[in-house]
Design a protein around this ligand. Structure first.
Ligand code: NAP
Length: 163
């Protein structure tokens, strides 16, 4: 089993200027809860945007640059195939955590989608989730969170399984 986890807006925007487009503490908690103790696979740009490996997870970074250096406890791979083989050998449910390029390359390979749908449309985005053919996915869960003093947007946690 393999899962994509992503937060996107209503236009499927996920990032701008190599950063996230919102600060939603409950979504960060949700992300942490789901990915804790798993292998997380990310593109080089997402790794640089995070600035450091995520604690309590095995961090795998994909780059084509043979000279790319990361801190000691990050595992580097130079192809999706290699990275996924490694991840599956270590974990029965690795997570693809972005960004746009990685999502595009793996959307057809994963069994589950954990989508946080942020109820807005951000103008300044430059990175998007690929288009989803919903006829191939079955919604298994949906949880609504209203806007509040800590969350500038309302959002939904939506889980999908491949049909
Ligand atoms: N909203 C969310 O849930 C979410 C999650 C994650 C990230 N993001 C956002 O997404 C944006 C970054 O996404 P992005 O699409 O620009 O970049 P990305 O997918 O994070 O990283 C792209 C890089 O990964 C490497 N790569 C990808 N596929 C490869 C392959 N098959 N073989 C070798 N290397 C490969 C390449 O690195 P090299 O150039 O080094 O070869 C490529 O330039 C940021 O704004 C970030 O904040 C949002």
């Amino acid at each position: 089993m393999m899962t994509i986890i992503v937060a996107m807006d209503e236009n499927q925007a996920i990032g701008g200027n190599n950063q996230l487009l919102w600060h939603l503490p409950s979504d960060l908690k949700h992300f942490k809860k789901l990915t804790q103790n798993h292998v997380v696979i990310m593109g080089r740009k997402t790794y640089e945007s995070l600035g450091k490996p995520l604690p309590n997870r095995t961090n795998v970074v994909i780059t084509s640059n043979p000279k790319f250096k990361a801190v000691e406890d990050v595992i580097i791979h130079h192809s999706i195939k290699e990275a996924l083989q490694f991840a599956k050998s270590k974990d029965d449910n690795p997570f693809i955590i972005g960004g746009g390029i990685l999502y595009k390359e793996t959307l057809n390979l994963v069994d589950n989608l954990e989508i946080t749908l942020v109820e807005t449309k951000i103008d300044q985005a430059d990175t998007y989730f690929p288009s989803i053919d919903y006829s191939q996915w079955k919604k298994t869960k949906e949880e609504f969170h209203p806007m509040d003093e800590k969350h500038s947007y309302s959002f939904r946690f939506i889980s999908f399984e491949k049909k």
